[in-house]
Design a protein around this ligand. Structure first.
Ligand code: HEM
Length: 155
C-alpha cells in the first residue's frame, strides 16, 4: 500500500507533468484563470487596484490581466515544484504573499477551483489528473495555512 507521503508525491509528479502546458503559455493560462476568478467571484477583483476599474466584460484577452496571471502561475509553479517542502515554500512565500499581499485562504481556495476548471478545459486533464491537482492544491494550502499561523496572519 502506498503511504500518504508517497501518494501525495505521486500526485505532485502528475501535476508537474501537466504543468508543462502552463509553462508553454503562462499568460494564456494565467489570463483565463484570473478572468474566470473575477467573473465567478467578483469580490476578488476589488482586491486588485489595477483591475478594479476594468469592466468584467473586458477582462478576457486583456494583456494586463494576462501578465498578472503569468506572474501568479509562475509563482504557483515554483510552489508546486517544492513538492511540500515547508522550508522551500516558506522562502517562496516570504518574498510575496506573506510579506506584501497576504491573500486569505478563502481566495486561495477560489483560485484553486477556477484553476482546476481551466486545466481540465485547456490542458485536457482527465479525472485522475484532476484529482491529483485538487489534492496537491489542498496540500499546498494547508502548508500556507500553517505558515500564516506562525506569522500570526489571520488568513
Ligand atoms: C495561486 C495563488 C497565488 C499566487 C501564487 C500569487 C502570487 C502573486 C505574486 C507572485 C504576486 C506579485 C509579487 C508580489 O507583489 O508579491 C502577486 C500579486 C498580487 N496578488 Fe497574488 N497570488 C495568488 C493568488 C491571489 C489571489 C487569490 C488574490 C486575490 C483574490 C491575489 C491578489 C494579489 C494582488 C492584489 C497582488 C498585487 C497586484 C498588483 O497590483 O501588482 N493573489 N500574487
Amino acid at each position: 500500500m502506498m503511504t500518504d507521503h508517497n501518494r501525495i508525491m505521486a500526485d505532485y509528479n502528475v501535476v508537474l507533468d501537466c504543468w508543462k502546458n502552463v509553462k508553454a503559455d503562462y499568460a494564456g493560462y494565467g489570463g483565463k484563470v484570473l478572468t474566470r476568478l473575477f467573473q465567478k467571484y467578483p469580490q476578488t477583483k476589488k482586491l486588485f487596484p489595477k483591475f478594479k476599474d476594468i469592466p468584467t466584460s473586458d477582462l478576457e484577452g486583456n494583456a494586463v490581466v494576462g501578465a498578472q496571471g503569468a506572474i501568479v502561475l509562475k509563482k504557483l509553479g515554483e510552489l508546486l515544484e517544492a513538492k511540500g517542502d515547508r522550508t522551500k515554500i516558506r522562502e517562496l512565500l516570504d518574498t510575496s504573499q506573506a510579506n506584501t499581499h497576504k491573500i486569505d485562504l478563502g481566495s486561495f481556495k477560489l483560485i484553486t477551483k477556477v484553476l482546476v476548471e481551466v486545466m481540465v478545459e485547456k490542458a485536457r486533464l482527465d479525472a485522475a489528473k484532476q484529482g491529483a491537482l485538487e489534492r496537491v492544491m489542498n496540500h499546498l494550502i494547508s502548508i500556507i495555512d500553517g505558515r500564516y499561523e506562525e506569522i500570526g496572519f489571520n488568513g
